[in-house]
Every structure is written in C-alpha cells, then in structure tokens.
Design a protein around this ligand. Structure first.
Ligand SMILES: C[S@@+](CC[C@H](N)C(=O)[O-])C[C@H]1O[C@@H](n2cnc3c(N)ncnc32)[C@H](O)[C@@H]1O
Length: 236
C-alpha cells in the first residue's frame, strides 16, 4: 500500500529529484511529528490534501481520514476552501494536517481559525508552508513566512504551545534557490540541461550537510525553505 500510494516523491525524496531540497527536510520533520502523536485512533482532516501524500504514514493511528481540497480530484473527499470547513462540527477532529497549502489560500488567518474551531481540546494542528521558495501558482501563491509570523498567526487563533520548526536551514534555502533556477534554465535553454545532472544533484548532496554550519555562522538571520508548525488547542 505504502509503495503504491501517490506522493512517494514527497515521502521519500531522492537526490536528483527536481524538488529534493524542498522535500527532504519536510519529510523528516513530518515523520518525527507523526511519531509524537501517540497511538490513536485519531480523526484526521487533511486540508489542501491534493493526493494525500502522507496518509500512509498516518494509517496506523488514523481512525478516520478526510481529505479536503478547494479543487476536486481522485483523492479529495470534500471540495471546499480551507477557510470554510462548515461541514465539520466544532471540536470534532483530533488532527488537522495541512501541508504546503497555506501559501495558496486567500486568508491564512481564517484557515488557521477554522483549524482551531474543528479541533477537540488537546487536538493538534500540523501545518507546513514555505519560508523561502519561488512563486508557484496552484493556482495562486500569496504568502511566505518567518518563524515568528507563523507563531503569531497560530497564537492569535487561540492555539497554545505553538512550536515552529524549520525543516531545513540557511544553506538549503540559499543553495535551493540557486538550484531551482539552475534547473529551470534548461526549460527554456536546452543547452543548460547538463546542470540537471551535475550542479543539481551536487547541491542536493551538499546543502543539507552545510545547514548546521550556516546556522551557526548566521545565527541571527535564520532562513528555511519550509516551516512545520506543531500547535495544540488548550486542554479543558
Ligand atoms: C502544493 S499542493 C499541496 C498538496 C498536498 N497537501 C501535498 O503536500 O502534496 C496545494 C494544495 O492546496 C490546494 N488549495 C489551494 N488553495 C486552496 C484553498 N483555498 N483551500 C483548500 N485547498 C486549496 C490545491 O488544490 C492543492 O491541492
């Protein structure tokens, strides 16, 4: 089941994959956060689910798993904007998962408020989004974040113990941008496609190994391709 389910390129990104640097740290951070959830059974809502790429990792602890997306698709159970989850009662869900969707919504504050509303007391929101990444519509792309901006967004919605985890670091973020444009050069100018087999895999190997040193060198100016927010609703 795990191997056949879509999104293997997100769960197990490989050096050389086009978006390796944007996905490798995120996959690691999600795996860790899922392991912290406890045994379940949990009622899970995946907001902006796409193909529900992380469902295989939650299968053992999910009692129910509802995929919500603004656009229909074979893995979408409910078509709805993330800002309006009217079909879910307040306090009816244990885990709201939302990966790489917040940058695409019109109102992030309303999305986070809806996640807060539908979660049970002590429920968990796991939400990932971009710190640094080139514009990519799907169909829109509105927002980028800092760790403090995300923390504030969730605290203002009434979450507590809001932890914002960078999924990678400065080297991955900076070299990831170089990598993105080096790779994309080949789209228009085929003569540069050799970069895809040289510079691209090299940066995929090197950048994550440099993150710890870059973080130490530039301590006061952190940067990450993605952040993962781990936030809980207050217990009664
Ligand atoms: C980059 S994809 C991420 C899909 C999946 N969560 C993942 O990690 O692979 C963004 C998803 O958000 C959906 N989306 C965009 N705007 C949305 C909105 N306002 N409400 C709900 N889903 C939205 C898109 O249809 C798309 O499936």
């Amino acid at each position: 089941m795990n191997d056949d389910w879509p999104g293997a390129d997100r769960r197990e990104p490989r050096v050389g994959d086009r978006f390796y640097l944007a996905r490798v740290g995120l996959a690691r951070a999600l795996r860790l956060a899922f392991a912290e959830l406890g045994p379940g059974p949990l009622d899970v809502v995946d907001v902006g689910c796409g193909t529900k790429p992380y469902l295989p990792w939650l299968r053992s602890c999910a009692g129910s798993y509802l995929g919500v997306d603004a656009y229909p698709g074979p893995y979408v159970d409910r078509v709805s904007p993330a800002e309006r989850l009217d079909f879910l009662a307040a306090g009816s869900v244990d885990l709201v998962l939302s990966t790489q969707t917040l940058e695409h919504v019109e109102s992030p504050a309303r999305v986070v408020a809806e996640a807060r509303r539908v979660l049970r007391p002590g429920g968990v929101a796991l939400l990932s989004t971009h710190g640094v990444f080139p514009f990519h519509g799907q169909p829109q792309d509105f927002w980028r974040w800092t760790h403090l901006g995300l923390k504030r967004l969730f605290e203002e919605a009434g979450f507590e113990s809001v932890e914002v985890r960078p999924t990678d670091g400065i080297a991955s973020a900076v070299l990831g941008l170089v990598d993105f444009y080096a790779y994309s050069l080949g789209d228009r100018l085929p003569v540069f496609r050799f970069l895809r087999y040289t510079v691209h895999p090299l940066l995929g190997l090197v950048a994550p190994r440099l993150d710890r040193y870059a973080g130490w060198l530039f301590e006061t100016s952190p940067l990450s391709i993605n952040y993962l927010v781990v936030a809980r609703t207050p217990r009664p």
